[in-house]
Write a protein that binds this ligand. Structure first.
Ligand SMILES: Cc1cc2nc3c(=O)[nH]c(=O)nc-3n(C[C@H](O)[C@H](O)[C@H](O)COP(=O)(O)OP(=O)(O)OC[C@H]3O[C@@H](n4cnc5c(N)ncnc54)[C@H](O)[C@@H]3O)c2cc1C
Length: 458
C-alpha cells in the first residue's frame, strides 16, 4: 500500500501489524494525532496503534530501517510535544488496555495504554490503590516512567516506588521483563529515566490497602499569610495527607460569588489516605488557615479526585516551568502574589506540592529520581493566546522562577518541557546521569529512542 505522507519517503507500510496503521489519508488521522496541548499537534507520517509487543517490535524495526523519527505515545500529555513527530512514526500504545488485579498479593499488571483514572476505578472495588498524579487522563506508562508525584506521595512515595516490574520492547525488538532480579539496571533506569530505553507494554505495581479516603478541593483566599500557612500545615501534616495547591486568580466557578472571580485564591486539592476521624484531625489546620471560600473535602472514593475531564475539544496552549525549593514562607509567598498580579495571562498559576514523607525515605540512588530530599516542588504555568504572546509568557515564567530560586538546580523530568539538554541534566544530577547513560548504551546504543528528555548513550 503506498504511503501518502509527504515527509516519510518510504513506499510501503510496515507489514504484519495486527493493530491499526493510520496514515494522513485515513479518516481517523486528525483524531489520532491529537494530543493534550493545543500547540503540540504534529503531522506524523504514520501512527501505529499497536496491539502488543510484536507490533511494537515491527514498528521499531520499520522506523529504524526507513530512518523515521520515532515517537512513543500513551496518554498524550507530554508538555514537550514528544509523543508525536513531524513526518515520523508514532508508536501509540493506547489500545493496550489490560488490567490484571491480584487482590490476594495486592499487585496489578496494567497495560501501557491504561490511564490513571481507569486503573484507579478498577481498583476501587478491591479497596486497593496505587498513586499517580492529579490528572486522570494521564497514561500510566508516561507518568510512571518519569516518577509520578501525586495525592499519595507522602504516604506511599512516588509511583515508581510502587513499581515491581515492567515489560519492555527494547530497540533491538527483544521483549524483556525488568524487575529487581532481571535486568536490575534497566529496572532502576525505568524508574524515572522516562521513555529512553524502549517501549513499555505492561507495568506491575505493588498495591496499597485503602479502606477509607477523604479528599477534595479546599478553596482559601490567598494572602502571604495563608500561602505560608498552607505550606507550613502541609509540611507538618501526617504522611497520610498529600496536597497540591494552585495559587491562582479564581476562575468563574459557579459556586463562587461573582465578586470573588479573578481574586487570587489557593485552590488546594487535599487527600487523606486513612479513616474519617483521623482525616478530620489532619484537615483541621488547613481549615483554620482562613475562612474557606469553598470546602469540598469529604470522605469518598479516591477516584473522586479525578474530576470529569474537560472533553476531547479542550486543548490549551500553555507554557510552564518546574522548580524545587526548600521553603515558602511570607517572603516567598509575597513573591508569588506579586508575579501572579503582574501577568495578564488568561490562566496563570503557581502550583505547590509539598513532598517529604515516603518520597524522602527512599535513598537518592535507589531509582533514577534523585531529588528525594527536595521538600517542595513548584510549577509555574501560564496560558498564552497565540504565537506572538508566547515569548512574553515564557519570560514571565523565567523571571518568576529566578525570583523564587533557592539554590536547588534540580527539576522533575515529567514537568520539564522542550527546554534543551541542560534541563534534562537538571533532572538527573551527578551519578544518576552517568548511570543512566550506561544503561542507555546497553539497551539503545543507537539512541533510536531520542524524541524524549534524551539521555544519550555513554
Ligand atoms: C494536565 C497535566 C497534569 C499532570 N499532572 C501530573 C502530576 O500530578 N504528577 C506527575 O508526576 N506528572 C503530572 N503530569 C506530567 C505527566 O506525568 C507527564 O507529562 C507524562 O509523561 C504523561 O504521560 P502520558 O502517557 O499521558 O503522555 P505521552 O505524551 O503519551 O507520553 C509522554 C512521554 O512518555 C514516554 N512514554 C509514554 N508511554 C510510554 C511507553 N509505553 N513506553 C515508553 N515510553 C513511553 C514517551 O517518551 C512519551 O513521549 C501532568 C501533565 C499534564 C498535562
Amino acid at each position: 500500500m503506498p504511503l501518502t505522507s509527504t515527509a516519510a519517503t518510504t513506499t510501503r507500510l510496515p507489514a504484519g501489524i495486527a493493530g491499526t496503521v493510520i496514515t494522513p489519508d485515513h479518516p481517523d488521522y486528525d483524531q489520532a494525532r491529537t494530543v493534550t496541548y493545543g500547540d503540540m499537534f504534529k503531522r506524523p507520517g504514520l501512527i501505529v496503534r499497536v496491539s502488543g509487543p510484536d507490533d511494537i517490535a515491527t514498528a521499531i524495526a520499520y522506523a529504524r530501517d526507513n530512518g523515521l523519527e520515532l515517537a512513543v505515545r500513551s496518554g498524550g500529555h507530554s508538555g514537550a510535544g514528544f509523543s508525536s513527530t513531524e513526518g515520523g512514526l508514532v508508536i501509540d500504545v493506547r489500545d493496550l488496555k489490560g488490567i490484571d488485579i491480584d487482590p490476594d498479593n495486592k499487585t496489578v499488571w496494567a497495560s501501557a495504554g491504561v490511564t490513571a483514572v481507569e486503573l484507579t476505578e478498577a481498583l476501587t472495588p478491591h479497596k486497593l490503590i496505587v498513586g499517580f498524579g492529579d490528572a486522570g487522563t494521564v497514561g500510566v506508562s508516561g507518568i510512571t516512567l518519569g516518577g509520578g508525584v501525586g495525592y499519595l506521595s507522602r504516604k506511599h512515595g512516588l509511583t515508581i516506588d510502587s513499581l515491581l516490574a515492567a515489560e519492555i520492547v527494547t530497540a533491538n525488538g527483544k521483549v524483556l521483563i525488568a524487575d529487581a532480579d532481571n535486568h536490575p539496571d534497566l529496572f532502576w533506569a525505568l524508574r524515572g529515566g522516562g521513555g529512553n530505553f524502549g517501549v513499555v507494554t505492561r507495568l506491575k505495581y505493588q498495591l496499597h490497602a485503602l479502606p477509607a479516603f477523604t479528599g477534595g478541593m479546599l478553596l482559601l483566599p490567598a494572602t502571604a499569610e495563608t500561602i505560608a500557612g498552607f505550606v507550613k500545615a502541609a509540611r507538618e501534616a501526617p504522611d497520610e495527607l498529600s496536597s497540591i495547591a494552585n495559587v491562582m486568580p479564581a476562575p468563574p466557578m459557579p459556586f463562587l460569588p461573582a465578586e470573588a472571580h479573578g481574586k487570587t485564591v489557593i485552590m488546594a486539592m487535599l487527600a487523606f489516605a486513612g479513616d474519617d476521624a483521623a482525616a478530620e484531625a489532619a484537615l483541621a489546620p488547613f481549615r483554620a488557615i482562613g475562612k474557606p471560600l469553598a470546602d469540598f473535602v469529604r470522605p469518598g472514593p479516591f477516584a473522586s479526585m479525578y474530576p470529569p475531564d474537560d472533553g476531547e475539544e479542550y486543548h490549551p496552549t500553555a507554557v510552564s516551568m518546574n522548580q524545587l525549593v526548600n521553603t515558602i514562607g511570607i517572603d516567598e509567598a509575597e513573591t508569588i502574589l506579586g508575579y501572579l498580579a503582574e501577568s495578564d495571562a488568561p490562566l496563570r498559576v503557581c502550583q505547590i506540592r509539598v513532598l517529604g514523607g515516603a518520597v524522602a525515605r527512599v535513598p537518592a540512588d535507589a531509582t533514577a529520581y534523585a531529588h528525594r530530599q527536595s521538600p517542595i516542588m513548584v510549577n509555574y504555568a501560564a496560558f498564552y493566546t497565540g504565537p506572538d504572546d508566547r515569548p512574553a509568557k515564557l519570560s514571565w515564567l523565567k523571571d518568576f522562577a529566578a525570583a523564587m530560586y533557592q539554590g536547588d538546580d534540580g527539576a522533575y523530568v515529567n514537568f520539564v518541557n522542550d527546554e534543551g539538554p541542560e534541563r534534562v541534566r537538571a533532572a538527573y544530577p551527578g551519578a544518576t546521569w552517568d548511570r543512566l547513560r550506561r544503561v542507555k548504551r546497553q539497551y539503545d546504543p543507537e539512541n533510536l529512542f531520542r524524541l524524549n528528555q534524551n539521555i544519550p548513550p555513554a
